[in-house]
Design a protein around this ligand. Structure first.
Ligand SMILES: N[C@@H](CCC(=O)N[C@@H](CS)C(=O)NCC(=O)O)C(=O)O
Length: 205
């Protein structure tokens, strides 16, 4: 059975776990922390990042986008969350990439404000990360349709937005309330109600 490495407080790990559940792909989990288990994480991924997906004794995939690309290859065609080609595919990838970019900025912001000693923190970096998150939320709110990101069809854009927004609102206080972005807030709420997300709950790490 495949093994998903990482904790569900990571939006990158969580979008992969939810995607696997949606595709009915069974998996075991290896719950490693990038901070507490750094050596073991680095043995699996030289970048020292999660998620990693061990698909076979000799093969480990890293980076959530690459992992999801592989999952789309093996998923039942009628359940696939990313169109295989054309403008529809580009649209889903564009929105999913901005959603995951928000998560990257949120992680950077927390590293700068929570992990780095106060006297070493950079106001310039902090402002840039905050601005990047806010502008990306505005961008997604403008570009998103209803009820789902691309209209009537559930897609990887919604899975990525759900994982990213739950992580952001839990971890960065100034974005705890997402009411300023009502379409995104609605997608997050409906996304969290899906079985795929309920069976992979966000956990505070
Ligand atoms: N682009 C990567 C980002 C993964 C990522 O940044 N994961 C975080 C966990 S939330 C991590 O491993 N951080 C540890 C580090 O940067 O040292 C993906 O989509 O998988």
């Amino acid at each position: 059975m495949m093994i998903l490495v990482g904790q569900l407080d990571s939006p990158f790990v969580r979008r992969v776990a939810a995607t696997m559940s949606h595709y009915d792909i069974a998996f075991d989990r290896h719950v490693l922390s990038v901070f507490g288990d750094r050596d073991e994480v680095m043995r699996l991924n030289p970048l020292g990042k999660v998620p990693a997906l061990i698909i076979d004794e000799g093969e480990t995939l890293v980076d959530s986008a690459v992992i999801i690309d592989y999952l789309d290859e093996i998923a039942p065609p009628e359940r696939r969350l990313t169109p295989s080609a054309g403008p529809g595919r580009r649209n889903v990838l564009r929105l999913a990439t901005v959603a995951m970019g928000i998560s990257e900025r949120a992680v950077q912001l927390r590293v700068e404000t929570v992990r780095r000693p106060a006297h070493l923190q950079s106001e310039e970096f902090i402002d840039n990360y905050r601005r990047s998150i806010r502008d990306s939320l505005d961008y997604l709110e403008r570009e998103t349709e209803t009820p789902w990101s691309t209209g009537e069809t559930l897609s990887q854009a919604d899975f990525s937005a759900t994982a990213a927004l739950t992580h952001l609102s839990a971890k960065v206080e100034e974005f705890a309330d997402l009411r300023a972005w009502p379409k995104l807030a609605a997608i997050r709420e409906t996304g969290e109600a899906l079985g795929a997300f309920k069976s992979n709950p966000f956990m505070e790490g």
